[in-house]
Design a protein around this ligand. Structure first.
Ligand SMILES: Cc1ncc(COP(=O)(O)O)c(C=O)c1O
Length: 391
């Protein structure tokens, strides 16, 4: 069987499948929503875990230096980001780290900037921690690319603005931020003493001429004011291991973060996750290369499909395995659009509106599936469109 062939996830409690009835009102949809892949986790990861299970004690364990070193080496090789061991701490979840960082670097009623549309926990973590949201609308140009407006951003900053929550690469729009964009955001944050919390969990899924640049790797000043969230969840399809890291170079920021961390007691997580994490970064390079060819081919399929079909527009994602489908020309309200995909196309996608009001009229499709599953999904959309009189 091809390593990237369809994986039957029935018999597991995969969210993507078991929540269909609840989310879409039917389990008769092909689920292409939550951001994990219908692709097997690499063998090197599974084998390392099997090997560890030969030891009969699964007690409290700390994450080994070897595991951190494997991540440091990966970030050096793939992103030219030179991380020091003491900058890194374990986290069971990137979203939990966002919450922790918000509490560590701001007070109740302080302001946090997010750029919308964006991954929904960016909004909810700010609100649930009783901070105020400064939402900046990214502007779509006529080539389908999104941009921020630095002057508008600047005009929103007050003495209470403490954090910029950056999504890099940006889910759901698939944007890989360029160095000039990051430098301009970074200069603004440095000018106003704003801490940059950069969620870079999608950093390895980047296509062609685009290069992911960790914002903390750009200059020493940016390194000192940034908190970078990294992990194996997306790259190696191992979200279920609940492991990631928080990278903070500044000793002062690290102290504040640690104080907050002590309150939540994340502990050190599971030994099986430590083993999986180390194996992925140490031995997963070849698998990762093949994964990128697979995702690249799928991405091209969607883009070609969208060129043939003029009513739904998909700008080639620069990063992530998520296609941001502009369905506004269909002229449907968001509820109707969702119903159209569920009942007429038989697909369970993420509604654009869940990523902020700027996502109205869009749908997000997860294309990390076998090629024929994707072809079938695109065919279903084409047929549903034909049913409505579009060619
Ligand atoms: C940008 C981004 N951050 C974080 C996460 C989730 O990370 P975790 O499961 O480690 O909380 C996702 C998952 O889709 C994501 O897209």
């Amino acid at each position: 069987m091809d390593e990237f062939d369809r994986i039957d996830r029935s018999g597991s409690n995969a969210e993507k499948y078991v929540l269909r009835e609840k989310l879409f009102g039917t389990d008769r949809v092909q689920p292409m929503w939550v951001a994990d892949m219908d692709i097997a986790t690499p063998k090197c990861v599974l084998e390392a875990v099997f090997e560890r299970l030969k030891h009969p004690v699964i007690g409290y364990e700390i994450m080994s230096d070897r595991a951190y070193e494997a991540q440091i080496m990966w970030m050096h090789t793939h992103h030219a980001f030179e991380i020091q061991r003491e900058w890194l701490t374990f986290s069971p979840s990137v979203v939990a780290s966002i919450g922790c960082a918000i509490r560590a670097f701001s007070d109740v009623d302080d302001e946090v900037i997010v750029m919308s549309p964006v991954y929904p926990p960016f909004f909810s973590q700010v609100k649930e921690n009783n901070r105020r949201l400064i939402s900046h609308s990214l502007q779509l140009d006529n080539t389908g690319e999104y941009h921020f407006d630095i002057d508008v951003l600047r005009s929103k900053i007050t003495s209470k603005t403490k954090i910029l929550l950056l999504c890099s690469p940006h889910n759901p729009i698939g944007k890989v931020w360029r160095d000039d964009e990051l430098l301009s955001l970074g200069a603004l944050c440095l000018e106003y003493g704003i801490v940059i919390v950069s969620d870079e969990v999608h950093c390895d899924i980047v296509y062609e001429e685009h290069t992911h640049i960790p914002i903390a790797s750009l200059t020493n000043e940016l390194c000192e004011c940034s908190v970078t969230l990294l992990g194996t969840g997306k790259t190696f399809n191992m979200a279920g291991f609940s492991i990631s890291t928080v990278c903070i170079a500044s000793e002062a920021l690290r102290k504040k973060y640690k104080k907050e961390l002590d309150k939540v007691h994340f502990g050190e997580g599971s030994v099986l996750s430590h083993i999986a994490f180390e194996a992925a970064y140490r031995d997963g390079g070849t698998w990762y290369g093949k994964l990128m060819s697979h995702l690249h081919a799928n991405r091209d399929k969607i883009v070609q499909w969208s060129r043939r079909n003029t009513i739904i527009r998909v700008t080639p994602p620069q990063g992530t395995y998520l296609a941001w489908m502009d369905c506004r020309a269909l002229g449907l309200g968001d509820k109707e659009l969702r119903e159209f995909f569920i009942h007429e196309a038989g697909l369970g996608l993420s509604p654009g509106l869940s990523f902020g009001r700027e996502g109205s009229g869009f749908m997000r499709l997860n294309f990390a599936v076998a090629p024929y599953v994707l072809e079938d999904a695109l065919e279903k959309i084409s047929n549903a469109l034909r049913g409505r009189g579009y060619d």
